[in-house]
Design a protein around this ligand. Structure first.
Ligand SMILES: C[S@@+](CC[C@H](N)C(=O)[O-])C[C@H]1O[C@@H](n2cnc3c(N)ncnc32)[C@H](O)[C@@H]1O
Length: 364
């Protein structure tokens, strides 16, 4: 079985006499120091594991988190998580493209009152949890911006950097299961592109509501996964199946398969309402971003974003192909025809955009 190209999350405990090992020991020392100074939940007395009870992964543990099918790597525990996409290098590159596109489009790694919520207060350790953190890019960049805050990235597979910032830590956890922090102990929960990790998004909303302090911030970001047009194009006023029938069919098929697998899909347009109706949040602020696909815009920055987003969409097509082959009921040659049509639309249709929903909400 091939192993993921990205470095694993945690380095094993080092033995003496090896240069690399002594480097990892230094990193471990720094993490330990961060643990001493940044962590205030070393004993929580509630049966949940604390920072100091976490175990480092051994080298030979890594392969057990992955399963290989048809040349792609998936998370191994398909009974635990319904997550249908691969977790290997091509898929991680897709996620990285989107991470970069979003930074340019949104202008920051967040919306909402992040600076107020994470303001430094004497005697208090601010804490942020990132759900389904992947490679840990959001955590890493936020940890640099907010060096007084302790960041915790959770993922079901060990793909995050093995060299985290001193105020960041990556942990293996199925986010569909209870998180390890006690009630009212976290300042901010960030959840980006994670709707396929659980069948019922309420699990995420309820756990976020439990661990957040009153006034704590929940920040959700999800893609719509449906073809749309920039509002300055006449195509935006008619049904997308008229202009991009192949992409329309692709996305419709994708959502149908997710629904068959018990995953609520699409969820992005409904998250703000779900937060409202949970009764746990106030000051709910939804924002919608249109991210160009391709180079149709006259603005140079939008062209750059459009190239990155198109590259991400091509990888998305690759990542979902095994799902379509297995569950769409389409013949392989029908899928190939649909893919050829999707590519032609992605390269030729002016005004084509992906739609991204960001929602910030404060815990009651
Ligand atoms: C599309 S990626 C998003 C990564 C990151 N949040 C971002 O936006 O850059 C989804 C991530 O969720 C992780 N994942 C899937 N099922 C999970 C689960 N049940 N618990 C925790 N993480 C999960 C995957 O391994 C993958 O890294």
């Amino acid at each position: 079985m091939s192993s993921p190209d990205n470095s694993p999350t945690n380095s094993p405990p080092s033995r003496s006499g090896d240069e690399n090992e002594s480097e990892s020991e230094t990193a471990a020392d720094e993490r330990q120091f961060a643990g001493d100074t940044l962590s205030d939940d070393s004993t929580n007395g509630n049966g949940r594991s604390s920072d100091t009870e976490l175990e480092e992964l051994r080298d030979d543990d890594f392969p057990t988190y992955f399963a290989e099918r048809d040349g792609r790597l998936y998370q191994a525990d398909s009974a635990a998580s319904p997550y249908p996409l691969p977790v290997d290098t091509p898929e991680n590159q897709r996620v990285t493209f989107l991470h970069k596109c979003l930074l340019e489009v949104v202008g920051a790694h967040y919306i909402g009152p992040v600076h107020q919520v994470l303001a430094s207060v004497e005697g208090q350790q601010r804490k942020v949890v990132d759900l389904g953190c992947g490679l840990g890019e959001w955590v890493t960049e936020m940890a640099r911006q907010f060096p007084h805050v302790s960041f915790h990235g959770l993922d079901i597979v060990p793909i995050a950097t093995r060299y985290p910032e001193v105020n960041a830590q990556f942990e293996l956890h199925d986010i569909g299961e209870e998180w390890r922090w006690p009630a009212s102990s976290i300042d901010m929960v960030h959840a980006r592109s994670i709707f396929m990790t659980v069948r019922d998004f309420s699990v995420i909303i309820n756990e976020a509501a439990r661990v957040l302090k009153p006034g704590g911030l929940f920040l959700s970001g999800e893609w719509l996964y449906y073809p749309s047009f920039s509002s300055s194009f006449p195509e935006s006023r008619t049904h997308p199946s008229e202009h991009v029938p192949f992409l329309h069919k692709l996305y419709t098929t994708f959502h149908t398969i997710l629904i068959q697998r018990g995953i609520q899909s699409p969820i992005a347009p409904y998250i703000a309402d779900r937060l409202q109706s949970s009764g746990h949040f106030h000051s709910i602020n939804p924002m919608i971003f249109h991210v160009p696909i391709g180079t149709w815009s006259s603005a140079e920055s939008a062209q750059r974003i459009g190239r990155g987003n198109r590259a991400a969409l091509k990888r998305f097509l690759d990542s979902i192909k095994p799902m379509l082959l297995q569950d769409s009921g389409m013949l392989p040659e029908e899928i190939e025809d649909m893919y050829a049509g999707c590519l032609a639309e992605m390269y030729n249709m002016q005004g084509l955009v992906s739609v991204y929903y960001l929602v910030s909400a404060l815990k009651v």
